[in-house]
Design a protein around this ligand. Structure first.
Ligand SMILES: C[S@@+](CC[C@H](N)C(=O)[O-])C[C@H]1O[C@@H](n2cnc3c(N)ncnc32)[C@H](O)[C@@H]1O
Length: 270
């Protein structure tokens, strides 16, 4: 039997069966969201769009790590309640994100769909965001997805996509995995999303943040990397021994065996 391609493996893993892998991933990846919160003055940016009856679309909501990080690291107490629509092709993700929302975020519609297939009546949002969200969206469907994203935002609203750049860990790791272990459709990059947004008519401003994550705990590293590839069949030892992927992982490891992953995320404001 052939291995399912990237988008299907993503969907298979964003499921109840994939819960332990998701939790292993966020042992390190929670930092991605803290970095996004620290990168901007969210109370002011959101406050400028806030009004009675405002609305927000969270694209590829996953398990809600970004709104959770916002609630933890920013003071949103002055914002009025915002109707929060949850979009994700995984019903598991939508339910997870719904269960963690706190004020001022008030869950409204569950939109179990890909971004590319979002019906056109979902528009007029004051805020649209997609945070570390679009990697498994096939690059050849990115133009359609970007058009939907831009069309969903009310004129003058706040749109932002946060995504790793091509030189960042998630992309370098998956490229090495595809070259050395299993060919697959590549992840989309921040650069690809930026170009697609511009092609869809958005005026995009790019901001970049760099940071590192890491640990000496090999169990944590294994769980994190398995989720980075949506493949829990490979042990860390097998990944380290694989062609191309092994070289990349060696470049992330010091002589004591501690792993450090280098990240660069682009915040694409539109
Ligand atoms: C890493 S999670 C996103 C994390 C999330 N933004 C958060 O704050 O926790 C990636 C999500 O993208 C979803 N996804 C994959 N392909 C998608 C697509 N084409 N359109 C929308 N969402 C997609 C997956 O089902 C998964 O739930």
């Amino acid at each position: 039997m052939s291995t399912p391609d990237t988008a299907q493996r993503s969907l298979d893993h964003w499921s109840e069966a994939g819960r332990s892998g998701m939790e292993a991933f966020y042992a390190l990846a929670t930092e991605d969201y803290r970095q996004l919160v620290l990168a901007a003055d969210w109370p002011t940016l959101l406050g400028q769009r806030a009004h009675d009856g405002w609305s927000l679309l969270d694209v590829a909501c996953g398990s809600g790590k970004f709104p959770t990080a916002l609630a933890r690291h920013a003071d949103l107490s002055r914002l009025p309640p915002v109707a929060y629509d949850l979009l994700d092709p995984s019903a598991f993700s939508v339910a997870e994100a719904r269960s963690v929302l706190v004020d001022p975020f008030v869950a409204r519609h569950d939109l179990v769909t890909t971004l590319q297939d979002l019906p056109e009546e979902y528009a007029g949002y004051d805020v649209v965001w997609a945070t570390h969200a679009l990697y498994a969206l096939p690059p050849d469907e990115l133009d359609t997805a970007a058009r939907r994203l831009v069309a969903a935002l009310v004129p003058g609203g706040l749109g932002v996509v946060a995504q790793a750049t091509s030189g960042s860990h998630y992309l370098r790791f998956y490229d090495a995995f595809r070259a050395g272990v299993q060919d697959a459709t590549p992840y989309t990059t921040a650069e690809g999303v930026r170009d697609a947004l511009a092609g869809a008519g958005a005026d995009v401003r790019e901001q970049r943040v760099t940071y590192r994550t890491g640990t000496a705990d090999r169990v944590v590293v294994e769980g994190f990397l398995q989720r980075c590839a949506f493949d829990d069949s490979l042990s860390l030892e097998e990944m380290e021994a694989a062609p191309v992927l092994g070289d990349y992982l060696a470049s992330c490891r010091d002589t004591e065996g501690t792993y450090t992953f280098s990240h660069e995320a682009a915040l694409l404001w539109f």
